[in-house]
Design a protein around this ligand. Structure first.
Ligand code: MN
Length: 345
């Protein structure tokens, strides 16, 4: 299945069955479909599973694990590009590595304790049907306070108004014209939900890559989808064209002629914890730490204390206006509040 002449992948010429400690690796594999390859060293090879949603951090959520062919030991530290046309084409990075203990090893079940930097705990792998297995965390959650990601959050809305007198207490952002959308991201998969609670993921397929770029990071973002015109400014008519596409093929055609950017400006949830009670200033730091900068997504700038200057710039550039956000304000889910003020240009 793998053509070793074509790829930089290790071909496995030097298996070393004498090695003492049993080692493991989890590789993040950006192939046609994002998955994590769990490989356990055993009898001179790496017994392997492809796990589409990654190693579960919580015993309440079992994940599918597809049993794949044994790989050579050299894969323990393999990372790099597997070229187009080769099996598993795409980039592969080492997500975690370490040693493991075996408690049980049968044809249809294995129980092991992984000791890695990111994964630490006892796991059961068991066959359900054919090459379909499940992976289950047997230990308590690595983070006992971790909660399940909510699916029904609603956006906080700004109140229309004037620039505040105490500009120093606010961060200012450009008010982008477009489609406001929450992004729910888990296991590299993204769900975009608009103002009215409708899922719009299918209308904006180019944003799926942001989900893959986030890897195992579980996050809910608030942001805006923007279609820009030839002058680089948000263009609501072009956005209307994107929204009018009814079939997948129409969406595909429009993706090329009317590209859309997702601009996340807030974070409501991060890795098992609500961030809505954190002050806006702190949430923006968490957002920056996610390094969201890709071909179809980018975190827009925020300007603390500089409302008048930004409003002037927005006017000069023909933009809609600015939004003033109190630096110390929490994210009030589903509420329209004076903590956010939209000032029209
Ligand atoms: Mn793989």
């Amino acid at each position: 299945m793998r053509d070793f002449d074509e790829t930089a992948e290790p071909a496995g010429a030097r298996p070393d069955p004498s090695a003492d400690a049993d080692r493991f690796v989890v590789q993040e594999h950006h192939a046609t479909s994002l998955h994590w390859d769990l490989r356990l060293e055993r009898d001179g090879v790496l017994v392997s599973w492809a796990v589409p949603k990654g190693i579960p951090p919580d015993p309440r959520q079992n994940h599918l694990a597809v049993h794949t062919e044994d790989h050579p030991l050299e894969y323990l530290d393999f990372h790099g590009e597997i070229p187009e046309g080769s099996y598993g084409a795409g980039s592969m990075t080492v997500w975690d590595t370490g040693t493991y203990e075996t408690h049980e090893w049968k044809d249809n079940k294995a129980t092991v304790t992984l000791h890695g930097r990111r994964v630490d705990g006892r796991y059961a792998l068991f066959q359900t049907r054919g090459n379909q297995w499940m992976i289950h965390r047997m230990d308590p959650p690595a983070d006992p306070t971790r909660e399940e990601m909510p699916t029904d959050l609603r956006q906080m809305q700004a109140t229309p108004g004037e620039l505040p007198d105490d500009e120093d207490a606010y961060g200012f952002e450009v008010a982008w014209s477009g489609v406001r959308a929450l992004a729910f991201v888990e296991g590299g998969r993204i769900r975009l939900v608009d103002d009215d609670g409708n899922e719009v993921s299918g209308t904006f397929p180019e944003i799926r890559a942001m989900g893959r770029a986030l890897g195992v990071t579980q996050v809910v973002l608030d942001g805006v989808l923007v279609a820009t015109g030839p002058d680089g400014k948000p263009d609501v008519e072009r956005m209307a064209r994107r929204l009018s596409a009814k079939s997948d093929s129409a969406v595909r055609r429009l993706m090329a002629s009317v590209p859309v950017m997702y601009m996340p400006f807030d974070v409501l949830w991060l890795d098992g914890h609500a961030t809505t009670d954190l002050p806006y200033e702190e949430r923006r730091k968490r957002l920056d730490d996610l390094h969201l900068d890709g071909p179809s997504w980018k975190v827009p700038a925020t300007h603390a204390g500089q409302g008048s200057a930004l409003l002037e710039a927005a006017r000069a550039q023909g933009l809609r206006g600015v939004v003033a956000k109190r630096l110390d304000s929490p994210y009030r889910v589903g509420e329209t509040t004076p903590d956010w003020i939209e000032v029209r240009a």
